[in-house]
Design a protein around this ligand. Structure first.
Ligand SMILES: Cc1cc2nc3c(=O)[nH]c(=O)nc-3n(C[C@H](O)[C@H](O)[C@H](O)COP(=O)(O)OP(=O)(O)OC[C@H]3O[C@@H](n4cnc5c(N)ncnc54)[C@H](O)[C@@H]3O)c2cc1C
Length: 371
């Protein structure tokens, strides 16, 4: 089959990989010269730990797929580094103990660990914390280099063409017209527009059951030592459905977040890039219109928190940015898949887990439509 894919983020790219692997030819349109949406603005975390029960199998499958993709395409930078959620209060420890006692704890690689074990797992963590939740199944990829690396691999098959700087403007049957006057005929069109819910997406699929979320992020100069695992703080328990339970309810009731963290709906996630710098975030803004500028208070808060965990000053913060992802409003769905017309499907809304789940979502789509 000839498959036309619109959108060069992880969803479009993972669907292209899946289609080519299944023997099809792919024409891939991206309106920017390089993917510019959530995919290149994220942490690159392949985050199994906090997934809800109904998402866990897909998250584990996706991690397995990322591992295979990483072995075939070293440029994606997959590493099975695991994560440590650092806990600062007895209530946070109670949440960790509750999830570590559940039946699925082994599948997630959960273990509650003391400060000595934390330092053995990640010697850079010489600061203050009471305990940690280790998740050995979490991993990371290098988001900014992964898309070009996957595309180079696909181009080598001779059955893949990437058209950067080419915006899809209309879909007529399964023919796609772009803003350069090109027409792309095929048997199937997969539209993966990310948070671009208007324009072409609205025209062909109407209002989708999705909303947008904006996050603030930063990156430091290289740290002069390895941060061997990703790290998170106990506030992350509040944002991931996998931690729901009576202990989390008690934490919410008895321990309000720090006012800056509460105002910015914040959690700490931090991962070391291959070049040594730390990617640190994040905030959550749910109400549009979003701010177009960056708020400094969350950055100061996060720097102080990472310094507390590392027990040393952070390297200089060199970059700050915001990103917007599309999130399906039905928590039971991993993603929103809408059949816009015969042979035309719009796929978006993986929320804050699209990098984690991209390969599994593409595999599921392919199985669903017998690709
Ligand atoms: C700050 C931040 C941190 C995150 N951290 C993580 C994380 O660590 N782990 C995780 O699992 N998830 C994370 N996420 C979520 C994840 O990044 C997203 O779910 C995922 O990247 C969405 O991928 P996508 O391909 O759907 O969208 P995008 O990456 O936004 O890609 C869509 C692409 O489509 C293009 N496009 C749109 N319309 C057209 C058109 N008409 N013609 C041609 N091209 C078009 C756009 O230019 C864009 O490049 C994070 C998100 C953000 C914003």
């Amino acid at each position: 089959m000839r498959v036309t894919i619109i959108g060069g983020g992880i969803l479009g790219t993972a669907h292209a990989l899946e289609a080519v692997q299944r023997g099809h030819r792919v024409t891939h349109l991206e309106r920017e010269l390089e993917a510019r949406g959530a995919t290149v603005r994220n942490f690159g975390l392949v985050w199994v730990s906090g997934r809800a029960e109904h998402e866990l199998a897909a998250a584990l499958r996706s991690r397995e797929l990322w591992e295979q993709i990483g072995a075939r395409i070293p440029g994606v930078g997959f590493r099975p580094a695991g994560s440590l959620t650092l806990l600062r209060t007895p209530r946070e420890i109670a949440v960790a103990e509750q999830v570590a006692a559940r039946a699925d704890a082994e599948a997630r690689g959960f273990e509650v660990v003391d400060p000595d074990r934390i330092r053995a797992l990640n010697p850079a963590l010489r600061g203050k914390y009471l305990a940690g939740l280790h998740c050995s199944r979490d991993g990371a990829v290098e988001s900014r280099q992964a898309m070009p690396a996957i595309r180079a691999h696909l181009e080598a098959t001779g059955r893949y063409e990437f058209l950067p700087g080419t915006e899809a403007r209309s879909v007529d049957g399964t023919a796609v017209r772009d803003d350069r006057g090109g027409r792309h005929d095929g048997d199937l069109v997969l539209v993966c527009p990310g948070a671009a819910h208007g324009g072409l997406t609205r025209e062909i699929a109407g209002e989708l059951p999705v909303r947008r979320v904006r996050l603030q992020m930063m990156q430091t100069d290289p740290l002069d030592e390895p941060l061997t695992t990703a790290i998170a703080d106990g506030d992350s328990f509040r944002y991931y459905p996998g931690f729901a339970g009576s202990a989390l309810d008690a934490l919410r009731d008895d321990e309000p977040q720090d006012p800056v963290a509460a105002a910015g709906r914040m959690q700490l996630l931090c991962v070391q890039r291959l070049h040594g710098g730390l990617t640190i975030g994040d905030t959550h803004e749910y109400d549009e219109p979003f701010a177009f500028d960056l708020d400094s208070a969350p950055y100061d808060y996060l720097v102080a928190l990472v310094e507390e965990f590392l027990g040393r000053p952070l390297p200089a913060v060199r970059r700050r940015w915001a990103g917007v992802y599309s999130q399906c409003v039905d928590p039971a769905q991993l993603v929103s898949r809408t059949e816009a017309s015969d042979g035309v499907m719009v796929i978006t809304g993986p929320g804050g887990r699209g990098m984690t789940l991209g390969p599994a979502i593409a595999e599921q789509t392919a199985d669903l439509i017998n690709l």
